[in-house]
Write a protein that binds this ligand. Structure first.
Ligand code: UN1
Length: 497
């Protein structure tokens, strides 16, 4: 009998108020039931908020270095449980073990960064324009943060948000994607074991439409951090705008890798295979367009197809697997639909292009790694995010043309240029509209201690990772201390002798 998992609300593991559960199954083998998880609703969220407010009252007074110590301990626990968590993650969302281990490692890196930030969390001290007056700024916690995260990085993305939120002194209500509730549960276990006061973290499982909306619309949750689709982000934006909430959005991408005529082709080949088919293409940073200089286009395409055809699909827990399943049936069908759209637009499917069934793949959501050639700027397969193992290949003549194609989409997350020419490299850094540009590396592979985020419809101006995310999760208070003993008027008494 599969287990009924629980929410963590009010300092205890509890059943959802309505008593409803949903099934979470292994996408590589849907006969494998991971467990039943709560289908929570607004009442569960309301209870969570009441408890989180108590947690916040206490946690905000805990010195930041002490908050950091808790997060350091979380990093130690994640390190100790890395293999167990990676296996649980592969089982519930499919990507290969090397990747789920990396996903936990990203959480560990984020924990240690947050721990050290507890001894910085810098404000500024600046000279006042008046005599005998001190001027500075300090950081303050904000309140209860609503954290809503996707399935593709079930550990890394929650930690990018939860750890800085906690370090800044906020309480957290966490809703992991309904496809990865087990990993979310393991993360909360680590937070509690590390000594986080229980009311400071609340875990509410369930569907976005029910529990996610309840979090976003709750009047006592002043800040929301969301990673997911651009469509959902727009809906959140409307609600948060109306309610004057602080909102950080991390959304879609249509990332291109540009390969110049002088590039090291073997290096670019390894890069595009990893960028396009890692996580089965289900990354917002995935390489979903490959722009090839006409000089090397035909040769590189042949090299690429040869390697893609050798990629082995399967259960991510097996060492023989290169590419795991997709997350669920709607994702698989969406990918299949996009390949049909590309066919209809006149592009050529040069490998893959169909679901993989039969044998060991019979009970999973598998799609063959797919390369679509002859793609032209403006085609839907060139413009729209697929979020699957599909790579669109285009030909270009000059760097300027390639950058124009790169920029002519509504998204702007990651980008990549392969070249040996330093002039071309810096031109790309300057002219590509994206939050991230890699030179001689693929579009994926962000590191936890640098800012992460995108321009245009990928985001709304905030960054995760590194030092910048701490600005999102804290409020700045400006402090003036006048010790002159008289009224000094700013802008008026400024330059008196
Ligand atoms: C995402 O796809 O949502 O840089 C995040 C990368 C990963 C994070 C991806 N470290 O690809």
């Amino acid at each position: 009998m599969a287990k009924n998992f629980k929410n963590f609300i009010g300092g205890a593991w509890v059943a959802p108020i309505a008593g409803e559960y949903y099934e979470n199954r292994n996408p590589a083998d849907w006969t494998d039931l991971v467990g039943r998880f709560p289908s929570s609703g607004p009442k569960d969220v309301d209870r969570a908020v009441r408890s989180a407010l108590q947690g916040f009252a206490r946690w905000r007074k805990t010195p930041a270095p002490a908050r950091g110590d808790v997060l350091r301990h979380v990093g130690d626990l994640l390190t100790r449980r890395k293999e167990e968590i990676a296996r649980a993650m592969t089982r519930e969302m499919g990507k290969v073990l090397a990747e789920t281990r990396g996903d936990v490692q990203e959480g560990i890196d984020t924990a240690y960064y947050a721990a050290s930030e507890g001894r910085r969390l810098f404000g500024h001290t600046v000279p006042s324009e008046l005599r005998d007056k001190f001027a500075m700024s300090v950081r303050r916690p904000i309140g209860v943060a609503g954290i809503i995260t996707p399935f593709n990085f079930p550990m890394a993305i929650p930690t990018w948000k939860i750890f800085p939120a906690l370090l800044c002194g906020n309480a957290v209500i966490f809703k992991p994607s309904a496809d990865v509730p087990h990993t979310g549960t393991l993360l909360v276990e680590c937070l509690l074991e590390a000594g986080l006061p229980p009311e400071v973290i609340q875990l509410t499982h369930g569907r976005g439409g029910a529990v996610g909306n309840a979090i976003v619309g709750h009047p006592k949750i002043p800040l929301i951090s969301f990673t997911g689709s651009t469509e959902t982000g727009a809906k959140l934006g409307e609600v948060c705008g109306r309610m004057h909430k602080r909102l950080s959005l991390e959304m879609g991408g249509k990332n291109a890798m540009i390969v110049m005529g002088d590039a090291n082709l073997e290096l670019a080949l390894d890069g595009v295979l990893w960028g396009a088919f890692g996580t089965t293409g289900q990354r917002c940073t995935a390489t979903s367009r490959l722009l090839l200089h006409r000089k090397i286009h035909d040769r590189f395409l042949r090299m690429l197809v040869d390697r893609v055809e050798k990629l082995r699909l399967g259960d991510g827990l097996l060492p023989t697997t290169d590419v795991g399943p997709m997350i669920n049936k709607p994702a698989l069908d969406n990918t299949a639909d996009y390949v049909e759209i590309a066919r209809g637009e006149g592009a050529q499917i040069v490998c893959g292009g169909r679901k993989a069934t039969g044998g060991k793949l019979a009970n999973g959501w598998f799609y063959r790694p797919t390369v679509v050639a002859g793609v032209k700027p403006g085609m839907r397969i060139e413009q729209e995010e697929v979020f699957g193992p599909v790579l669109a290949v285009l030909k270009f003549g000059t760097l300027e043309q390639a950058i124009r194609i790169n920029n002519d989409v509504k998204y702007g997350l990651s980008s990549s240029l392969y070249t040996k020419d330093v002039h071309a490299a810096f031109r790309a850094v300057e002219d590509i509209d994206a939050g991230i540009t890699y030179i001689n590396a693929p579009t994926i592979g962000a590191e936890a201690h640098l800012p992460f985020g995108g321009v245009k419809e990928t985001g709304n101006g905030h960054r995760e990772g590194g030092w910048q995310v701490y600005d999102f999760f804290s409020e700045t208070k400006t402090v003036y201390v006048d010790y002159s003993g008289r009224l000094q008027r700013a802008q008026i008494d400024t330059y008196e002798a």
